[in-house]
Design a protein around this ligand. Sequence first.
Ligand code: ADP
Length: 263
Amino acid sequence: MLVVKLGGALGNEAEPVLRALPAHRPCLLVHGGSAEADRLSEALGRPARFLASPTGVVSRYTDAEHLDHVTMAIAGRANTALVARLQRSGVPAVGLSGVDGGLVRARRKEAVRAVLDGRTVHVRDDLSGAIESVNAALLGTLVDAGYVPVVSPPALAADGAVVNVDADRLAARVAVAVHADALLLLTNVPGLLRRVDEPSSLVAEVPSARFEEFLSLAQGRMKKKLLAAHEAAAGGVPRAVIGASQGPDPIGAALGGAGTVVA
Ligand code: ADP
């Protein structure tokens, strides 16, 4: 089983990934939609804000209003568009957010530590969570019946509240839960780069023994991707690759080792 995560930031290309996907069934698609969420919240007059942790990991500041925007943009519009596109090419895709069927359970973070104006503060109205479990049985039922699940944030907390989760970490947890043979995190860059603006500085492999060293190379959102790939590898997924969503066959390329292979 293959798990592909398609990035949602600007510069990602869905079309080549969706064109390549049917040849790799049984498979599962996980997606984010950050550009879509940013666009919607901007249009609604309340642009997205971001929090940087003391270690430099950047996450979306998801207060109640922004959670609505994220849900509308990602679980709504982006998910529906991907499912419709796959259906058009004859793939029986089924869209699910982490809330559907209790697919993804998450624990809401009481307070998020963030650096604001050089000071570490505790943000208490952030409605994001750490993933606790994935309902692999539900995914298995769909896949066994021939469907291709298309999975997005948000997730469900124990008290029934909706909480945002990171799509890369979600993809990693899904890959571990379904015992995937490979997890491909496809994004708008060729992989982990030694210098962000230099595609030729690609790191071909991140061995687990040198994970911390390479984590410090990644900034912002790439840190989450590296953490997610490492989490999948540590959880038993034999192949975890961060690669480009662009190009004629992004899935074949990443499976063939193009990008950053994380052990
Ligand atoms: P997606 O929506 O595809 O998941 P993200 O924006 O979340 O994409 O993450 C990819 C981004 O991470 C890149 O576009 C790049 O700007 C940023 N980044 C930061 N540090 C690095 C690095 N060392 N190598 C590659 N990308 C990096």
